[in-house]
Design a protein around this ligand. Sequence first.
Ligand code: ZN
Length: 320
Amino acid sequence: MEKKQVPGEDARHRRVNRLKKGIVLWMLLPVGLCMVLFYRVNALSRQLEDTQESLRQLLETVEQGQTSETGQDTVPQPSRTESHVKASIAGAEGMEGLADSLKVEQEIPEAAHKVYLTFDDGPSKYTEDILDILDTYDVKATFFVLGKEDEHSIEMLREIARRGHTIGMHSYSHKYADIYGSLEAFSADYYRIYSYILENTGIQSTCYRFPGGSSNTISDLDMQIFADFLEEQEVVFYDWNISSEDAGRTLLDVDALVENATADILKHGTSIILMHDAASRPTTVEALPEIIEKILAMEDTEILPITEETTPIQHIHKSE
Ligand code: ZN
């Protein structure tokens, strides 16, 4: 029996068929996408594993290199290179870690011995001589200055800044009895020296050296009070671990100053050398070229200005 052909049924069949094909196609599309994504994720995770592995090997190489260095009595500090590698492994899950690992080869390893030349009590009539000597050897230093308002001092203060050295505060008045008399007196003096530097150079100084050092025996008040005040201002104070002894009652000769300033450098990872930029200290200027030459000749040693990255040397330590 022949089925009776209903008019329009053929067209309906074709529509249903098209619809079916469409549905199948729409179902296949996400499945295909999933497969592509699955493949991509797999490939990326393999790449990540490879990167982690090569970073691990790199870190091992860096560590082996460090342990095989000569056993000087230095404070062990992780080099910038090593910390970058460590950061890379920790962050290897993200692109940040990969970006960091690319930096590894560009970084120059830090010297084992960092030396900071510091000059207190300036500006003085010797400031320009000191600056010229530093320029000759292309080294930067740190000047802990006082509030001197005469024209020459201000000109020298600006010159220190212009030649790229660090300017630190050493109090405005340098009068122990005044500044260590009370926290009010200390903070008033602090704001004066801070403003003096800012107004004349545009620099917001972030480092301070206490007159007499933080371990001075002149202050009747606990120096920690003043140290806490500086911390509130986000200012770091720096004492010294090497003294040239250029500020004693008797003026030392060049040989003695050179010996004092350089003898112990290789014992430290960070050496902050105390010197003076003062009218009464001519031998400091005379000794400076030899001091710098001697330091530059030392192996794995560099001369740097104090920055926020400098490890502070502090005679008193914050109590818990
Ligand atoms: Zn001083």
